[in-house]
Design a protein around this ligand. Structure first.
Ligand code: MLT
Length: 301
């Protein structure tokens, strides 16, 4: 009987699949596999019996990958399983960055009297916005999320430029023939109206966007980060926005220094928070873990 340990519950469909396979779930201290979502896993929590760790999600920065590699433990994620959820939130955030809908909704709620429709018509000018069509979006990182964002932004009528040092031209272009390829990352910074980042957090991507990079951006540019907080230097963003050197910032990562700023939108890490994404990620994690435990092979399906 194979033993699996789960930390913070994965979606019910994943747990049901584990039960169907008749695995022992959380029954003893000698699991062969660990499946987890966002819990920060400590090295001391990984028993010597563990062969593989599955992250039901994209980023693996909550797992001590280096020490796992030293111990011969395989770490894998569920690439693409939550990409659609993140893409939809990025597109919504792009739209919200040009249309002040939240302010409009909050404003209309506090109107009183029998003539609120007249009041709304008389004052709606303050909530006028812009359109995305014809504006240029820079996508840094053309993995499953970045590629989907690029494709759908193009469908919204945006001009799209992509940058990814690891995706070959052929792969990027089979993902989307409509994405222009940036010669280097600075072409994204200097030419785009909106810049969205979709790279994993690694040593070399820590503060990938800082003071120097923001200085290259148009003063009218809007930056979005749905990847990991540490990829963007928040103090550099704040300074640039306060100096009118950057028009806006949307981030999926809470930071008290960014709150209560009318040109900064902070979300509580909602990118992958849909029922569909959680189900897809849990099912993929369990499927891949089962395959690895039973065959020693990891095959993406
Ligand atoms: C991911 O890495 O999968 C997303 O950021 C969502 C999450 O961490 O739950």
């Amino acid at each position: 009987m194979h033993q699996i340990k789960t930390f913070n519950a994965i979606a019910p469909e994943g747990m049901q699949r584990l039960e169907k396979e008749k695995y022992d779930i959380n029954e003893n201290d000698h699991p062969e596999g660990i499946i987890l979502r966002s819990k920060k896993l400590q090295t001391s929590e990984i028993a010597d019996s563990v062969l593989a760790i599955a992250r039901a999600g994209t980023g693996v920065n909550n797992i001590p990958v280096e020490s796992c590699t030293e111990r011969g433990i395989v770490v894998f994620n569920t690439p693409g399983a939550n990409a659609n959820a993140v893409k939809e939130l990025v597109l919504m955030s792009l739209l919200m960055s040009v249309r002040p809908v939240v302010s409009g909704i909050n404003w209309v709620q506090q109107l009183t009297g029998s003539d609120i429709s007249e009041q709304a018509e008389a004052h709606k000018k303050q909530f006028a916005g812009h359109e995305l069509e014809g504006k240029k979006l820079g996508v840094i990182g053309l993995g499953s999320i970045g590629a989907m964002v690029a494709n759908d932004a193009y469908r919204l009528g945006m001009e799209v430029m992509g940058y990814d040092p690891y995706v070959s031209v052929d792969t990027a272009w089979s993902i989307s023939r409509r994405v222009q390829r940036a010669q280097d990352i600075s072409e994204i910074f200097t030419t785009c109206d909106f810049i969205t980042v979709h790279v994993p957090l690694q040593e070399k991507t820590h503060h990938l966007i800082g003071k120097k990079e923001i200085a290259m951006m148009k003063n009218s540019a809007h930056l979005l980060n749905f990847a990991r907080a540490e990829i963007v230097d928040h103090s550099a963003v704040l300074e640039a926005i306060n100096e009118d050197e950057l028009a806006g910032f949307t981030t999926d990562f809470a930071d008290e220094n960014l709150l209560h700023h009318d040109r900064i939108t902070v979300l509580p890490h909602l990118g992958a928070s849909t029922a569909e994404a959680e189900t897809n990620s849990a099912k993929m994690a369990v499927r891949t873990m089962k395959q690895f435990i039973e065959t020693g092979i990891i095959k993406r399906s």
